[in-house]
Design a protein around this ligand. Structure first.
Ligand SMILES: NC(=O)c1ccc[n+]([C@@H]2O[C@H](COP(=O)([O-])OP(=O)(O)OC[C@H]3O[C@@H](n4cnc5c(N)ncnc54)[C@H](O)[C@@H]3O)[C@@H](O)[C@H]2O)c1
Length: 261
């Protein structure tokens, strides 16, 4: 069991599926109550039932994390339903595969609003709530190996993740005096719907066969297998726990050996 998690409340954006769901289940197994935030009520309800089966409380809230007022409302909903607010996990994000020459202003705005804006508003709204409650808190953001190294055809996605790493450092410095720790997790190639989309998009743009891009990336992993949401969740549980109380401002890679920093 990770130290100091039982009975606390974590809010997870993008918690309905993929990595967010994996994090939610792991933290529920650690005894945390979970507030799930996502775009789709049906998927939220399915994950809520899985969390409640771990004998902890789970709330759901439909919100678009690119909108500050919706993120603030999600935190208030979690606090009122679950009675506390201790860990904010800014996990929701989208991928975008596009040649640099073809990136459009609309594509740029969409991914920036969600991946960069969503984390910015999540950090801001969570920090304000912790400060109002006059309590310590943890903020944990989804970054990526693409936040440490820019990848071809994933240029704007990579840029949003570099932005998350910058925000993580700046927020850690600004909020340290309030007892708020801010860190990020940087996965490699995780077998979620996001990678199904990335693979399909590469296929359309480059003519690669379906599955070929995923396989190519997987072959570059030193530990010889792709990542699971559980692998990511193990790092997040550590960062959320008291064992990580002296860590702030870091964007930690969990990728089985792909990008070395
Ligand atoms: N899958 C990977 O290989 C990988 C690698 C590195 C980093 N990441 C990051 O991890 C995070 C989760 O990725 P995933 O693989 O689970 O993706 P996913 O597509 O499987 O799930 C993402 C979830 O976020 C939600 N979401 C998207 N936009 C939203 C919005 N505006 N408001 C609220 N919810 C929204 C979706 O509905 C979905 O449930 C993302 O930030 C992603 O960039 C993923």
């Amino acid at each position: 069991m990770s130290k100091g998690l039982s009975g606390k409340v974590a809010l997870i954006t993008g918690g309905a599926k993929g990595i967010g769901r994996g994090i939610a289940l792991r933290l529920a197994q650690e005894g945390m109550h979970i507030a799930l935030v996502d775009l789709h009520e049906d998927k939220l309800k399915a994950t809520q039932a899985e969390i409640e089966a771990c004998n902890v409380k789970a709330s759901i809230f439909v919100a678009d994390i690119s909108q500050l007022d919706q993120v603030t409302a999600a935190i208030e909903d979690a606090y009122s339903k679950l009675g506390s607010f201790d860990v904010m996990i800014n996990n929701a994000g989208i991928a975008q595969v596009q040649a640099l020459n073809d990136v459009t202003p609309d594509e740029f705005r969409q991914i920036t609003d969600i991946n960069f804006g969503g984390v910015l508003w999540g950090i801001q709204a969570a920090a304000k709530k912790f400060q109002t409650l006059k309590q310590k808190g943890k903020i944990i953001n989804a970054c990526s190996i693409a936040g440490h190294e820019g990848f071809a055809m994933l240029s704007v996605y990579s840029a949003t993740k570099f932005a998350v790493r910058a925000l993580t450092q700046a927020a850690a410095k600004e909020y340290a005096h309030s007892g708020i720790m801010v860190n990020s997790y940087c996965p490699g190639v995780v077998g979620t719907d996001m990678w199904v989309e990335i693979d399909q998009r590469f296929s359309k743009l480059t003519g690669a066969k379906i599955g070929e891009t995923f396989k190519k990336y997987a072959e570059g992993i030193a530990l010889g297998r792709t990542e699971t949401p559980d692998d990511v969740a193990a790092l997040v549980a550590f960062l959320a726990s008291e064992d990580a109380d002296y860590i702030t401002g870091q964007s930690i890679i969990t990728d089985g050996g792909m990008v070395y920093r």
